[in-house]
Design a protein around this ligand. Structure first.
Ligand code: PXG
Length: 465
Protein backbone atom coordinates (compact mmCIF):
# COMPACT_ATOMS: atom_id res chain seq x y z
CA UNK A 1 0.00 0.00 0.00
CA UNK A 2 1.27 3.39 -0.93
CA UNK A 3 -1.48 5.91 -0.24
CA UNK A 4 -0.35 9.50 -0.43
CA UNK A 5 -2.03 12.37 1.29
CA UNK A 6 -4.73 13.38 -1.17
CA UNK A 7 -8.49 13.70 -1.52
CA UNK A 8 -10.49 10.45 -1.43
CA UNK A 9 -10.70 8.67 -4.79
CA UNK A 10 -14.41 9.33 -5.33
CA UNK A 11 -14.02 13.02 -4.80
CA UNK A 12 -11.08 13.19 -7.21
CA UNK A 13 -13.09 11.24 -9.79
CA UNK A 14 -15.98 13.65 -9.48
CA UNK A 15 -13.75 16.67 -9.90
CA UNK A 16 -12.06 15.04 -12.87
CA UNK A 17 -15.39 14.32 -14.55
CA UNK A 18 -16.60 17.85 -13.87
CA UNK A 19 -13.87 19.65 -15.80
CA UNK A 20 -11.48 17.35 -17.62
CA UNK A 21 -12.06 16.03 -21.14
CA UNK A 22 -10.02 12.84 -21.77
CA UNK A 23 -8.41 11.88 -25.10
CA UNK A 24 -9.98 9.01 -27.07
CA UNK A 25 -12.73 8.63 -24.47
CA UNK A 26 -16.53 8.56 -24.34
CA UNK A 27 -16.69 11.19 -21.62
CA UNK A 28 -20.11 10.39 -20.17
CA UNK A 29 -19.35 6.68 -19.87
CA UNK A 30 -16.12 7.44 -18.08
CA UNK A 31 -17.81 9.93 -15.79
CA UNK A 32 -20.27 7.23 -14.74
CA UNK A 33 -17.56 4.68 -14.18
CA UNK A 34 -14.93 6.99 -12.65
CA UNK A 35 -11.37 7.17 -13.93
CA UNK A 36 -8.48 5.35 -12.29
CA UNK A 37 -6.33 7.94 -10.59
CA UNK A 38 -2.61 7.37 -10.90
CA UNK A 39 -0.75 9.13 -8.15
CA UNK A 40 2.88 8.07 -8.35
CA UNK A 41 5.28 5.67 -10.03
CA UNK A 42 8.61 3.97 -9.58
CA UNK A 43 10.52 1.67 -11.90
CA UNK A 44 7.97 -0.45 -13.80
CA UNK A 45 5.18 0.16 -11.30
CA UNK A 46 2.50 2.84 -11.05
CA UNK A 47 0.38 3.43 -7.96
CA UNK A 48 -3.25 4.47 -7.87
CA UNK A 49 -5.20 6.54 -5.39
CA UNK A 50 -6.33 3.41 -3.56
CA UNK A 51 -2.72 2.45 -2.96
CA UNK A 52 -2.71 -0.38 -5.49
CA UNK A 53 0.55 -1.17 -7.22
CA UNK A 54 0.10 -1.91 -10.95
CA UNK A 55 2.73 -3.38 -13.23
CA UNK A 56 2.76 -0.94 -16.13
CA UNK A 57 3.26 -3.21 -19.11
CA UNK A 58 2.51 -0.27 -21.44
CA UNK A 59 5.30 2.06 -20.20
CA UNK A 60 2.68 4.78 -19.85
CA UNK A 61 1.74 5.21 -23.49
CA UNK A 62 4.67 3.29 -25.01
CA UNK A 63 7.08 5.91 -23.79
CA UNK A 64 8.63 5.47 -20.36
CA UNK A 65 11.57 3.49 -21.73
CA UNK A 66 13.92 4.01 -18.76
CA UNK A 67 11.15 3.49 -16.21
CA UNK A 68 9.69 5.88 -13.68
CA UNK A 69 11.41 7.85 -10.97
CA UNK A 70 14.80 8.60 -12.49
CA UNK A 71 16.27 11.38 -10.40
CA UNK A 72 18.79 12.36 -13.11
CA UNK A 73 16.00 13.53 -15.40
CA UNK A 74 14.36 15.59 -12.66
CA UNK A 75 17.73 17.17 -11.99
CA UNK A 76 18.36 17.87 -15.67
CA UNK A 77 14.97 19.61 -15.88
CA UNK A 78 15.57 21.62 -12.74
CA UNK A 79 19.04 22.68 -13.81
CA UNK A 80 17.82 23.77 -17.22
CA UNK A 81 14.78 25.58 -15.84
CA UNK A 82 17.04 27.64 -13.62
CA UNK A 83 19.57 28.34 -16.37
CA UNK A 84 17.32 28.97 -19.38
CA UNK A 85 13.71 27.78 -19.05
CA UNK A 86 12.74 28.87 -22.54
CA UNK A 87 14.12 30.36 -25.65
CA UNK A 88 13.19 29.83 -29.27
CA UNK A 89 15.35 28.88 -32.22
CA UNK A 90 13.39 30.78 -34.87
CA UNK A 91 15.22 34.03 -35.35
CA UNK A 92 18.85 33.14 -35.85
CA UNK A 93 19.28 32.04 -32.23
CA UNK A 94 19.97 28.70 -30.66
CA UNK A 95 20.85 27.27 -27.25
CA UNK A 96 23.09 24.61 -25.79
CA UNK A 97 20.49 21.86 -25.14
CA UNK A 98 19.39 22.04 -28.80
CA UNK A 99 22.98 21.84 -29.99
CA UNK A 100 23.86 18.96 -27.68
CA UNK A 101 20.74 16.91 -28.39
CA UNK A 102 20.99 17.34 -32.17
CA UNK A 103 24.60 16.24 -32.14
CA UNK A 104 23.72 13.23 -29.99
CA UNK A 105 20.83 12.19 -32.24
CA UNK A 106 22.99 12.59 -35.34
CA UNK A 107 25.47 10.16 -33.77
CA UNK A 108 22.83 7.65 -32.72
CA UNK A 109 20.81 7.68 -35.92
CA UNK A 110 21.91 5.34 -38.71
CA UNK A 111 23.83 6.37 -41.83
CA UNK A 112 23.57 10.02 -42.84
CA UNK A 113 20.42 10.85 -40.90
CA UNK A 114 21.99 13.76 -39.15
CA UNK A 115 19.72 16.82 -39.05
CA UNK A 116 16.86 17.24 -36.59
CA UNK A 117 13.77 19.43 -36.68
CA UNK A 118 12.01 19.46 -33.30
CA UNK A 119 8.37 19.39 -32.34
CA UNK A 120 6.42 18.99 -29.13
CA UNK A 121 5.06 15.55 -30.02
CA UNK A 122 5.05 12.74 -32.56
CA UNK A 123 1.92 14.14 -34.21
CA UNK A 124 3.52 17.50 -34.76
CA UNK A 125 6.66 15.84 -36.07
CA UNK A 126 4.61 13.97 -38.67
CA UNK A 127 2.93 17.24 -39.67
CA UNK A 128 6.45 18.57 -40.13
CA UNK A 129 7.27 15.56 -42.29
CA UNK A 130 4.39 16.33 -44.64
CA UNK A 131 5.74 19.84 -45.06
CA UNK A 132 9.33 18.63 -45.46
CA UNK A 133 8.69 16.04 -48.18
CA UNK A 134 6.43 18.32 -50.21
CA UNK A 135 8.83 21.23 -49.91
CA UNK A 136 11.74 18.93 -50.81
CA UNK A 137 10.18 17.92 -54.11
CA UNK A 138 8.94 21.45 -54.81
CA UNK A 139 12.45 22.81 -54.38
CA UNK A 140 13.68 20.20 -56.85
CA UNK A 141 11.11 21.45 -59.36
CA UNK A 142 8.53 18.70 -58.78
CA UNK A 143 5.75 20.42 -56.84
CA UNK A 144 3.26 17.94 -58.26
CA UNK A 145 5.07 15.12 -56.43
CA UNK A 146 2.98 15.58 -53.29
CA UNK A 147 1.10 12.35 -52.61
CA UNK A 148 2.05 10.54 -49.43
CA UNK A 149 1.22 6.87 -49.17
CA UNK A 150 0.52 5.34 -45.79
CA UNK A 151 -1.21 2.22 -44.51
CA UNK A 152 -4.62 1.35 -43.17
CA UNK A 153 -4.62 0.85 -39.39
CA UNK A 154 -1.41 2.87 -39.06
CA UNK A 155 -1.14 5.42 -36.28
CA UNK A 156 0.80 8.60 -36.98
CA UNK A 157 -0.81 11.02 -34.55
CA UNK A 158 -3.89 13.02 -33.79
CA UNK A 159 -3.29 16.40 -35.44
CA UNK A 160 -5.00 16.88 -38.80
CA UNK A 161 -1.82 15.88 -40.61
CA UNK A 162 -0.91 13.00 -38.31
CA UNK A 163 -4.43 11.59 -38.29
CA UNK A 164 -4.59 11.88 -42.08
CA UNK A 165 -1.38 9.91 -42.45
CA UNK A 166 -2.78 7.41 -39.97
CA UNK A 167 -5.14 4.82 -41.29
CA UNK A 168 -7.73 4.79 -38.53
CA UNK A 169 -11.24 5.03 -39.96
CA UNK A 170 -12.72 6.10 -36.65
CA UNK A 171 -10.41 9.11 -36.66
CA UNK A 172 -11.02 10.00 -40.31
CA UNK A 173 -14.75 9.99 -39.69
CA UNK A 174 -14.47 12.81 -37.17
CA UNK A 175 -13.32 16.04 -38.78
CA UNK A 176 -13.40 15.30 -42.48
CA UNK A 177 -10.06 13.54 -42.91
CA UNK A 178 -7.76 12.67 -44.55
CA UNK A 179 -6.40 15.90 -45.98
CA UNK A 180 -5.89 15.81 -49.77
CA UNK A 181 -3.15 13.73 -51.37
CA UNK A 182 -2.76 11.14 -48.66
CA UNK A 183 -3.50 7.56 -49.78
CA UNK A 184 -3.63 4.33 -47.81
CA UNK A 185 -2.67 0.81 -48.79
CA UNK A 186 -3.40 -2.35 -46.79
CA UNK A 187 -1.42 -3.34 -43.71
CA UNK A 188 0.72 -6.50 -43.42
CA UNK A 189 -1.43 -8.17 -40.74
CA UNK A 190 -1.18 -11.83 -41.71
CA UNK A 191 -3.18 -13.13 -38.75
CA UNK A 192 -6.27 -11.08 -39.53
CA UNK A 193 -6.03 -10.65 -43.28
CA UNK A 194 -3.68 -13.29 -44.66
CA UNK A 195 -6.39 -15.72 -45.74
CA UNK A 196 -4.97 -18.81 -47.43
CA UNK A 197 -1.59 -17.22 -48.20
CA UNK A 198 1.52 -18.17 -46.25
CA UNK A 199 2.95 -15.30 -44.19
CA UNK A 200 5.80 -14.97 -46.73
CA UNK A 201 3.47 -14.79 -49.72
CA UNK A 202 1.21 -12.39 -47.90
CA UNK A 203 4.11 -10.11 -46.88
CA UNK A 204 5.20 -9.81 -50.50
CA UNK A 205 1.66 -9.22 -51.73
CA UNK A 206 1.07 -6.44 -49.23
CA UNK A 207 4.41 -4.78 -50.00
CA UNK A 208 3.62 -4.88 -53.71
CA UNK A 209 0.49 -2.83 -53.04
CA UNK A 210 2.92 0.05 -52.64
CA UNK A 211 4.22 -0.49 -56.15
CA UNK A 212 0.68 -0.81 -57.49
CA UNK A 213 -0.27 2.47 -55.81
CA UNK A 214 2.78 4.24 -57.24
CA UNK A 215 1.91 2.98 -60.71
CA UNK A 216 -1.74 3.95 -60.24
CA UNK A 217 -1.12 7.51 -59.05
CA UNK A 218 1.95 7.97 -61.20
CA UNK A 219 5.60 7.94 -60.25
CA UNK A 220 5.67 11.69 -60.79
CA UNK A 221 3.00 12.26 -58.15
CA UNK A 222 4.20 10.14 -55.23
CA UNK A 223 6.45 11.94 -52.76
CA UNK A 224 6.83 9.54 -49.86
CA UNK A 225 5.77 6.39 -48.08
CA UNK A 226 5.36 6.45 -44.30
CA UNK A 227 5.17 3.44 -41.99
CA UNK A 228 5.91 2.26 -38.48
CA UNK A 229 8.59 -0.49 -38.45
CA UNK A 230 6.17 -2.37 -36.18
CA UNK A 231 2.62 -1.02 -36.09
CA UNK A 232 2.07 -0.07 -32.47
CA UNK A 233 -1.33 1.44 -31.75
CA UNK A 234 -2.78 -0.72 -34.53
CA UNK A 235 -2.17 -3.75 -32.31
CA UNK A 236 1.58 -4.51 -32.46
CA UNK A 237 1.40 -5.89 -35.98
CA UNK A 238 4.72 -7.41 -37.03
CA UNK A 239 5.07 -7.72 -40.81
CA UNK A 240 6.14 -11.08 -42.29
CA UNK A 241 9.89 -11.28 -43.07
CA UNK A 242 9.34 -10.74 -46.78
CA UNK A 243 7.61 -7.39 -46.34
CA UNK A 244 10.30 -4.82 -45.53
CA UNK A 245 12.93 -5.86 -48.09
CA UNK A 246 10.31 -5.52 -50.80
CA UNK A 247 9.18 -2.12 -49.51
CA UNK A 248 12.78 -0.94 -49.53
CA UNK A 249 13.26 -2.22 -53.09
CA UNK A 250 10.17 -0.34 -54.27
CA UNK A 251 11.13 2.93 -52.55
CA UNK A 252 14.60 2.69 -54.12
CA UNK A 253 13.28 1.87 -57.57
CA UNK A 254 10.87 4.82 -57.73
CA UNK A 255 12.94 7.23 -55.59
CA UNK A 256 10.19 7.54 -53.01
CA UNK A 257 11.15 9.11 -49.68
CA UNK A 258 10.82 6.47 -46.97
CA UNK A 259 9.64 7.86 -43.65
CA UNK A 260 10.02 5.45 -40.74
CA UNK A 261 7.74 6.50 -37.91
CA UNK A 262 9.93 5.53 -34.96
CA UNK A 263 7.77 7.21 -32.33
CA UNK A 264 7.18 3.85 -30.61
CA UNK A 265 9.93 1.71 -32.13
CA UNK A 266 12.75 4.16 -31.47
CA UNK A 267 15.18 4.28 -28.56
CA UNK A 268 15.55 0.60 -27.82
CA UNK A 269 12.01 -0.69 -28.00
CA UNK A 270 12.79 -3.34 -30.64
CA UNK A 271 16.27 -4.24 -29.34
CA UNK A 272 18.12 -1.72 -31.51
CA UNK A 273 18.27 2.03 -31.21
CA UNK A 274 15.73 2.25 -34.01
CA UNK A 275 13.10 -0.14 -35.38
CA UNK A 276 14.47 0.58 -38.87
CA UNK A 277 17.65 -1.22 -37.87
CA UNK A 278 15.68 -4.22 -36.64
CA UNK A 279 13.71 -4.34 -39.89
CA UNK A 280 16.84 -3.56 -41.93
CA UNK A 281 15.39 -0.61 -43.82
CA UNK A 282 17.06 2.63 -44.84
CA UNK A 283 14.66 5.48 -44.17
CA UNK A 284 15.30 9.02 -45.38
CA UNK A 285 13.38 10.51 -42.47
CA UNK A 286 12.61 9.15 -39.00
CA UNK A 287 9.83 10.49 -36.79
CA UNK A 288 10.80 10.43 -33.11
CA UNK A 289 9.04 11.22 -29.81
CA UNK A 290 8.01 9.17 -26.74
CA UNK A 291 11.18 7.23 -25.79
CA UNK A 292 13.28 10.23 -26.85
CA UNK A 293 12.61 11.67 -23.39
CA UNK A 294 11.09 8.51 -21.90
CA UNK A 295 7.95 10.65 -21.65
CA UNK A 296 9.43 12.84 -18.91
CA UNK A 297 9.02 15.89 -21.18
CA UNK A 298 6.90 16.40 -24.30
CA UNK A 299 9.27 16.38 -27.25
CA UNK A 300 9.27 14.96 -30.76
CA UNK A 301 11.15 15.52 -33.96
CA UNK A 302 12.08 14.56 -37.49
CA UNK A 303 15.57 13.28 -38.17
CA UNK A 304 16.30 13.83 -41.86
CA UNK A 305 19.11 12.75 -44.15
CA UNK A 306 21.94 15.03 -45.16
CA UNK A 307 20.51 15.14 -48.69
CA UNK A 308 17.06 16.28 -47.53
CA UNK A 309 18.56 18.84 -45.17
CA UNK A 310 20.66 20.17 -48.01
CA UNK A 311 17.67 20.70 -50.30
CA UNK A 312 15.34 22.06 -47.61
CA UNK A 313 18.05 24.52 -46.60
CA UNK A 314 17.93 26.26 -49.97
CA UNK A 315 14.92 28.35 -49.01
CA UNK A 316 13.12 29.58 -45.91
CA UNK A 317 11.13 26.70 -44.44
CA UNK A 318 7.91 28.36 -43.28
CA UNK A 319 7.22 26.03 -40.42
CA UNK A 320 7.89 25.81 -36.68
CA UNK A 321 6.36 25.51 -33.25
CA UNK A 322 6.81 27.73 -30.20
CA UNK A 323 8.18 24.68 -28.46
CA UNK A 324 10.41 23.43 -31.29
CA UNK A 325 13.71 22.53 -29.56
CA UNK A 326 12.42 23.49 -26.12
CA UNK A 327 15.50 23.74 -23.90
CA UNK A 328 14.08 21.91 -20.88
CA UNK A 329 12.65 19.11 -23.03
CA UNK A 330 15.93 18.88 -24.93
CA UNK A 331 18.02 18.75 -21.74
CA UNK A 332 15.81 15.99 -20.33
CA UNK A 333 15.93 14.05 -23.60
CA UNK A 334 19.70 14.24 -23.61
CA UNK A 335 19.90 12.99 -20.00
CA UNK A 336 17.55 10.16 -20.99
CA UNK A 337 19.66 9.15 -23.99
CA UNK A 338 22.78 9.23 -21.83
CA UNK A 339 21.14 6.82 -19.39
CA UNK A 340 20.01 4.47 -22.17
CA UNK A 341 23.54 4.48 -23.54
CA UNK A 342 25.58 4.32 -20.35
CA UNK A 343 23.44 1.59 -18.80
CA UNK A 344 23.47 -0.49 -21.99
CA UNK A 345 19.67 -0.65 -22.01
CA UNK A 346 19.39 -1.32 -25.75
CA UNK A 347 21.89 -4.16 -25.57
CA UNK A 348 20.12 -5.62 -22.54
CA UNK A 349 16.82 -5.68 -24.43
CA UNK A 350 18.51 -7.22 -27.46
CA UNK A 351 20.58 -9.87 -25.71
CA UNK A 352 19.04 -10.54 -22.35
CA UNK A 353 15.60 -9.40 -21.29
CA UNK A 354 14.17 -9.32 -24.83
CA UNK A 355 14.96 -12.98 -25.55
CA UNK A 356 13.76 -13.91 -22.04
CA UNK A 357 10.45 -12.13 -22.58
CA UNK A 358 10.15 -13.66 -26.05
CA UNK A 359 10.51 -17.18 -24.62
CA UNK A 360 7.89 -16.58 -21.94
CA UNK A 361 5.57 -14.71 -24.30
CA UNK A 362 5.66 -17.61 -26.78
CA UNK A 363 4.24 -19.86 -24.06
CA UNK A 364 1.06 -17.81 -24.13
CA UNK A 365 0.48 -19.47 -27.51
CA UNK A 366 -0.60 -22.48 -25.44
CA UNK A 367 -3.50 -20.55 -23.95
CA UNK A 368 -6.77 -21.72 -25.53
CA UNK A 369 -7.82 -18.15 -26.37
CA UNK A 370 -4.50 -17.06 -27.93
CA UNK A 371 -4.13 -17.55 -31.65
CA UNK A 372 -0.92 -15.70 -32.26
CA UNK A 373 1.65 -14.41 -29.75
CA UNK A 374 3.99 -11.92 -31.44
CA UNK A 375 6.95 -10.14 -29.93
CA UNK A 376 9.79 -7.91 -31.10
CA UNK A 377 12.11 -6.68 -28.38
CA UNK A 378 9.83 -5.13 -25.79
CA UNK A 379 6.61 -4.89 -27.77
CA UNK A 380 4.23 -7.81 -27.98
CA UNK A 381 0.71 -8.78 -28.88
CA UNK A 382 -1.74 -11.64 -28.53
CA UNK A 383 -4.46 -12.22 -31.10
CA UNK A 384 -7.49 -13.54 -29.22
CA UNK A 385 -9.60 -16.15 -30.96
CA UNK A 386 -12.36 -18.67 -30.18
CA UNK A 387 -10.86 -21.07 -32.76
CA UNK A 388 -7.10 -21.13 -33.24
CA UNK A 389 -7.06 -23.69 -36.01
CA UNK A 390 -9.09 -21.50 -38.34
CA UNK A 391 -7.73 -18.11 -37.19
CA UNK A 392 -11.34 -17.15 -36.44
CA UNK A 393 -12.42 -13.81 -35.17
CA UNK A 394 -15.11 -13.49 -32.50
CA UNK A 395 -18.66 -12.98 -33.65
CA UNK A 396 -19.08 -10.09 -31.20
CA UNK A 397 -18.01 -6.63 -32.40
CA UNK A 398 -14.22 -6.31 -32.45
CA UNK A 399 -12.97 -5.14 -29.08
CA UNK A 400 -15.73 -6.73 -26.98
CA UNK A 401 -13.57 -9.66 -25.88
CA UNK A 402 -10.41 -7.56 -25.76
CA UNK A 403 -12.07 -5.12 -23.39
CA UNK A 404 -13.23 -7.92 -21.08
CA UNK A 405 -9.64 -9.21 -20.90
CA UNK A 406 -8.25 -5.76 -20.34
CA UNK A 407 -10.58 -5.31 -17.36
CA UNK A 408 -9.34 -8.62 -15.97
CA UNK A 409 -5.75 -7.40 -16.38
CA UNK A 410 -6.55 -4.21 -14.50
CA UNK A 411 -8.19 -6.25 -11.72
CA UNK A 412 -4.98 -8.30 -11.53
CA UNK A 413 -2.84 -5.16 -11.28
CA UNK A 414 -1.45 -5.53 -14.77
CA UNK A 415 -1.71 -2.71 -17.28
CA UNK A 416 -2.01 -4.64 -20.53
CA UNK A 417 -4.15 -2.92 -23.17
CA UNK A 418 -6.36 -4.19 -25.94
CA UNK A 419 -6.68 -3.02 -29.53
CA UNK A 420 -9.78 -4.64 -30.88
CA UNK A 421 -9.36 -8.26 -29.85
CA UNK A 422 -5.57 -8.10 -29.62
CA UNK A 423 -3.88 -7.68 -26.27
CA UNK A 424 -0.71 -5.58 -26.35
CA UNK A 425 2.29 -4.87 -24.15
CA UNK A 426 5.17 -2.42 -24.35
CA UNK A 427 6.79 -2.43 -20.91
CA UNK A 428 9.56 -0.11 -19.72
CA UNK A 429 12.83 -1.35 -21.20
CA UNK A 430 14.36 -1.68 -17.74
CA UNK A 431 11.93 -4.44 -16.77
CA UNK A 432 13.92 -7.32 -15.21
CA UNK A 433 13.42 -11.07 -15.48
CA UNK A 434 11.57 -11.36 -12.20
CA UNK A 435 9.16 -8.63 -13.26
CA UNK A 436 8.73 -10.34 -16.64
CA UNK A 437 7.71 -13.50 -14.75
CA UNK A 438 5.12 -11.46 -12.82
CA UNK A 439 3.86 -9.93 -16.07
CA UNK A 440 3.41 -13.34 -17.70
CA UNK A 441 1.79 -14.86 -14.63
CA UNK A 442 -0.74 -12.03 -14.41
CA UNK A 443 -1.34 -12.11 -18.16
CA UNK A 444 -2.10 -15.84 -18.09
CA UNK A 445 -4.42 -15.47 -15.08
CA UNK A 446 -6.21 -12.55 -16.74
CA UNK A 447 -6.65 -14.53 -19.97
CA UNK A 448 -8.13 -17.43 -17.96
CA UNK A 449 -10.55 -15.14 -16.17
CA UNK A 450 -11.32 -13.29 -19.39
CA UNK A 451 -12.08 -16.53 -21.18
CA UNK A 452 -14.44 -17.63 -18.40
CA UNK A 453 -16.28 -14.31 -18.59
CA UNK A 454 -16.48 -14.50 -22.38
CA UNK A 455 -18.01 -17.98 -22.12
CA UNK A 456 -20.38 -16.94 -19.33
CA UNK A 457 -21.65 -14.09 -21.48
CA UNK A 458 -22.18 -16.42 -24.43
CA UNK A 459 -19.54 -14.65 -26.51
CA UNK A 460 -17.38 -17.71 -27.27
CA UNK A 461 -18.54 -17.83 -30.84
CA UNK A 462 -16.70 -17.52 -34.14
CA UNK A 463 -17.56 -15.03 -36.84
CA UNK A 464 -18.21 -16.70 -40.19
CA UNK A 465 -15.00 -16.81 -42.26
N1 PXG B 1 3.46 8.00 -34.48
C1 PXG B 1 3.32 6.84 -33.83
C2 PXG B 1 3.87 5.59 -34.42
C3 PXG B 1 2.68 6.82 -32.59
O1 PXG B 1 2.52 5.67 -31.95
C4 PXG B 1 2.38 9.21 -32.78
C5 PXG B 1 3.02 9.16 -34.00
C6 PXG B 1 1.91 10.53 -32.27
O2 PXG B 1 2.67 10.93 -31.20
P1 PXG B 1 2.05 11.96 -30.13
O3 PXG B 1 3.26 12.30 -29.30
O4 PXG B 1 1.57 13.15 -30.85
O5 PXG B 1 0.96 11.25 -29.40
C7 PXG B 1 2.20 8.03 -32.05
C8 PXG B 1 1.49 8.08 -30.73
C9 PXG B 1 -2.48 4.15 -28.25
C10 PXG B 1 -1.86 5.46 -28.50
O6 PXG B 1 -3.67 4.12 -27.90
C11 PXG B 1 -0.69 5.55 -29.22
C12 PXG B 1 -0.13 6.80 -29.46
C13 PXG B 1 -0.72 7.93 -28.94
C14 PXG B 1 -1.90 7.83 -28.22
C15 PXG B 1 -2.47 6.60 -28.00
O7 PXG B 1 -1.83 3.12 -28.39
N2 PXG B 1 0.99 6.86 -30.24
Amino acid sequence: MNIRNHFPTEELQKRDAAHHLHPFTAQHDLANKGSKIITSAQGVYVYDSNGEQLLDAMAGLWCVNIGYGREELAQAAERQMRELPYYNTFFQTTHIPAIDLSEKLAKLAPRDLNHVFYAGSGSEANDTNIRIVRQYWALLGHAEKNIIISRKNAYHGSTLGGASLGGMNAMHQQGGLPIPNVQHINQPDWWAEGGELSPEEFGLARARELEEAIVEFGEKRVAAFIAEPVQGAGGVIVAPDTYWPEIQRICDKYEIILIADEVICGFGRTGNWFGSQTMKIRPDIMTIAKGLSSGYQPIGGSIVSRKIAEVIGKDEFNHGYTYSSHPVAAAVALANLNIIESEGIVERVRNETGPYLAKKWARLNDHPMVGEAKIVGMMGSLALTPDKANRSKFLSPSGTVGYICRECCFANNLIMRHVGDRMIISPPLIIDKEQIDILIERAWKSLDEGMSKVKEKGLWESAPI
